[in-house]
Design a protein around this ligand. Sequence first.
Ligand code: AMP
Length: 248
Amino acid sequence: MKVLVAVKRVIDYNVKIRVKSDHTGVETANVKFSMNPFDEIAVEEAVRLKEAGKASEVVVVSIGPATAQETLRTALAMGADRGILVQTDDEVQPLGVAKALAAVVAKEAPQLVILGKQAIDDDSNQTGQMLAALLGWSQGTFASKVEVGDKLTVTREIDGGLQTISISLPAIVTTDLRLNEPRYASLPNIMKAKKKPIDMTSPADLGVDVAPRLVTLSVEEPPKRSAGIKVPDVAALVDKLKNEAKVI
Ligand code: AMP
């Protein structure tokens, strides 16, 4: 079974995000970028499937600028076999990404595609679902456990608990936080990853139109939270909740 994993290069989760002064987006100059954390979990799951003899090959794919090759190299160092960069310097929104991934799926014919449940930059939580819709494949989203047999058993994190579903292959899985703990790439594996192949392609080569369909009108900082206060004792707290906040 060939497994395709989608990995996105995003601003590192430790970076304090700053809105540009013209409100067109966020500052990206001199900022650290890393692999989207949910995609690290996706790569880890695919590599574990390979180590368990359930996957034959793990191919990682990214849509983005030339620098996204670094993200692919990280995935290769974690144990993926080869990478594909769909290179573009333009903004690509979830529908565009899903279309590009669908074209890669048509070429690569994987049985399973694993994506993160969401990218931490746009927080869209759309690409996996859109890809499943475009391909007409089964989907197991927000996975916290995946078991591969003739069918795929996916435990999903849903509001108020867990849901276990059985879906047929080929399928799309999107990862939730509890699925696994991604490994750190060891130095020898980072060295080995330098020799693994990355194929370069583009939306035009794949024949897909990834032009944005949404227009960003303005990006704003969230409102600043006003400072809290300290109350001397529980009685004062209850009094304030009752008479000032009027919540009890
Ligand atoms: P989103 O729908 O934007 O929240 O992203 C969900 C998931 O889709 C991510 O965790 C990635 O696995 C995948 N994805 C989104 N954008 C890209 C991209 N530009 N390149 C590769 N994978 C992507």
